[in-house]
Design a protein around this ligand. Structure first.
Ligand SMILES: NC(=O)c1ccc[n+]([C@@H]2O[C@H](COP(=O)([O-])OP(=O)(O)OC[C@H]3O[C@@H](n4cnc5c(N)ncnc54)[C@H](O)[C@@H]3O)[C@@H](O)[C@H]2O)c1
Length: 351
């Protein structure tokens, strides 16, 4: 059974949705798109889809059963609510809303209409993230202790409407939402403490270089870092556990995984060691024979699987993967991270 979809907003991401679905999701047919800019709609000819002249026209088209919302962040809530009330199932771009309160309104309308609603958290299908998750789930790293997840740009500012508060711009809402979604999927225990440093260096109105600190009930401590002026890239992931350490260098997923040998002797001499770090016991290097380098886990993943799941849910074959309740939790975390930055201190929490 196929489903007809229309895309609202044919900018960078809206165009990607159309092309990705056309190439990779055979059970969806992109019937058309609507954009307030007529020049954006010119693209519909190249894409071979219908140009709708208004949102009303999309929502009034009985052939459309799913709409994807890919417009600036401040307009997601209103558009999503209108679409569900018009009987459409909705995929909404991230960040779903500007705060948790708005997401609660969306969930109330989802409950009232019984329509499918899901946020396009496509980065749950990123290969680097899947490798980390797989390593954790296979027990290759033991209990995770310190996790660093970093993305770095080098062009300075936040682009276009992302530089304005009223549009829901800023790095926490733009990339923070992805990295928080990933980390709360990696460790599903409760968050017990959060803090944030939200710098606004190159884009006056919004945060553009940010560091988020999250402590989970499991004992895992995560630092999420997003910057825009990094000329020497750091790693994408650095994950320490009681049984090993994993590092993923880049988006190509080059990296390393070292595991402790189960049977290696782990007791060190009492003597101080003279190292490049100076005289120390704590920071003395571990003998190589006590650990093994193993390959990073192989994973198969594709962003198109987000839509494959949506189709399976519409056909009653599967459970929704990106659930609105999870997105609400992420928005509550974001609210608290904004508050921590405003007040200049971290918070204990139960999220
Ligand atoms: N999941 C991801 O990986 C990812 C990547 C990029 C962007 N996004 C998200 O996608 C959304 C769009 O971002 P973008 O980079 O495509 O922005 P963009 O500026 O490239 O495109 C937005 C488009 O929306 C149109 N638009 C504005 N108001 C509209 C309205 N009321 N009705 C119809 N069209 C309207 C604009 O004319 C523009 O063409 C944002 O929420 C963003 O956070 C997600």
């Amino acid at each position: 059974m196929g489903h007809n979809i229309a895309v609202i907003g044919l900018g960078g991401m809206g165009t990607w949705h159309v092309q990705n679905i056309q190439k990779k999701v055979p059970s969806l047919r992109v019937k058309g798109a609507f954009d307030v800019r007529s020049e954006a709609l010119e693209k519909t000819k190249q894409l071979g889809i219908k140009a709708y002249s208004s949102l009303e026209e999309v929502l009034g088209d009985p052939e459309i059963d799913l709409v994807t919302i890919a417009i600036p962040n401040d307009m997601h809530k209103e558009t999503a609510i209108r679409a569900m009330r018009a009987g459409k199932n909705v995929v909404c771009e991230k960040p779903v809303t500007l705060n948790a309160g708005e997401m609660e309104e969306i969930i109330a309308v989802r409950n009232e209409t019984g329509k499918l609603f899901s946020v396009h958290q496509n980065r749950r299908w990123d290969r680097d993230f899947r490798i980390v998750k797989e390593a954790k789930e296979r027990g290759l790293l033991g209990q995770l202790t310190f996790v660093e997840s970093k993305v770095q740009g080098s062009r300075g500012s936040m682009y276009g409407w992302r530089g304005y508060k009223r549009n829901g711009g800023g790095m926490l809402l733009d990339w923070g939402v992805h990295l928080i979604d990933q980390i709360t999927q990696l460790d599903t225990s409760k968050l017990v403490k959060v803090d944030s440093h939200l710098l606004s260096v190159y884009t006056p109105e919004v945060d553009d270089n940010i560091k988020l600190m999250l402590l989970f009930e499991s004992g895992m401590s995560a630092v999420l870092e997003m910057s825009t002026m990094c000329l020497i890239p750091s790693y994408r992931w650095h994950v320490e556990g009681t049984g090993g350490t994993l590092m993923i260098k880049n988006w190509e997923c080059e990296g390393e995984l070292y595991q402790l040998k189960q049977d290696a002797q782990m007791e060190w001499d009492e003597d101080i060691v003279y190292t490049e770090a100076g005289p120390t016991r704590t920071m003395a290097p571990r003998p190589k024979f006590t650990m093994n380098e193993i390959p990073l886990p192989e994973v198969k993943t594709d962003w198109a699987d987000y839509y494959n799941n949506i189709c399976d849910v519409l056909d009653g074959r599967a459970e929704l993967i990106v659930k609105p309740e999870q997105s609400l939790r992420v928005m509550k975390i974001i609210d608290l991270l904004f508050k921590a930055a405003e007040e200049g201190h971290g918070f204990k929490c139960d999220l």
